[in-house]
Write a protein that binds this ligand. Sequence first.
Ligand code: NAP
Ligand code: ZN
Ligand code: ZN
Length: 347
Amino acid sequence: MLTVNAWAAPSAADPLVKTTIERRDVGPHDVLIEIAYAGICHSDIHTVRGEWGDISYPQVVGHEIAGTVTEVGSEVTLHAVGDRVGVGCMVNSCRECENCLAGAEQYCLTGNTGTYTAIDRDGTITQGGYSTHIVVVEDFVLRIPDAIPFEKVAPLLCAGITTYSPLQHWNAGPGKRVAVVGMGGLGHMAVKIAAALGAEVTVLSQTLSKKDDGLAFGAQHYFATSDRQTFTDLANHFDLIINTVSAEININHYLRLLRLNGTLVSVGAPPEALPVQAFTLFNNRRSFAGSGIGSIAETQEMLDFCAEHGIAPETELISADQINEAYERVLASDVRYRFVIDVATMA
Ligand code: NAP
Ligand code: ZN
Ligand code: ZN
């Protein structure tokens, strides 16, 4: 066992505090990673505050992890000491169900082993990336291309793959009108990736305050959803809408912006239901879909795609003692566009 520094939520109501946790010994197929950077995803906040259901405390979250391999198990072939690597939202899966065998282990029928709050193979509860080290089985560890700045890469491990996967699956590309709802951590990555895929990108944000940024990230159009006229002007317009909003919205208003055969994919995960009116879907034969992260192979593909296209997240580097303040800023939509913890400050 290795005792390492971490920042954990002691309860649903209290701020995160510095603590120590145990990491398992490096097994034959494991790698030990010294974590350098950990992104703050809105899912971390939903989780520690109990918004998605009860969890056991103390709990360390964080599933956007970038670090360096410092030890490998005797059977490891994919990674070597000194490699820059990443870990995202899952650290294992059953590897034998229909979905795992189809290369979609994020949809493992027994539930993938989440990087935090999941029951690990040894029966312990997984603890996430707000910590100095993590031990992960080698095939759930990603290679970080040199072309992506190390201090910016971590958010690709969740925000990047969660938007890349539906954009690819629903064929965002030249001739396709794609809207991104909410321009926070996921939203700003969706804009950059959709633009790199060649789609015509529109941002639907609550206000126009981030318009210059949205256009700089590659969007052609930018509208405020606080202006009701937006919903009239853009009716029956989009082929694909990626909803990244972390809060409850009236999804019917957005579905009506889809043209014939269009699809709205919700990746945002508010605790509330998003009720849909049947007639909203009948018109234009619209689809309402969801999507969860992406597979390991697809995550590697996304990292290589970002390296090739010069795409990196916009990040604000913080020290560990600023995590609680960062949470409040995320909740206030005051994030430009992802907080990344400098894990060296946990020493
Ligand atoms: P985030 O950085 O907080 O971004 C969410 C954005 O939603 C905000 O920046 C804001 O954009 C908009 N928004 C917030 N409150 C709103 C409201 N009341 N009405 C309208 N718009 C609002 O969060 P994130 O880290 O990108 O995560 C977004 C959601 O995706 C979370 O629910 C998270 O749990 C979920 N998620 C899902 C997956 C998956 O696999 N499906 C993976 C990761 C995260 P504007 O300021 O531009 O309006
Ligand atoms: Zn996430
Ligand atoms: Zn499985």
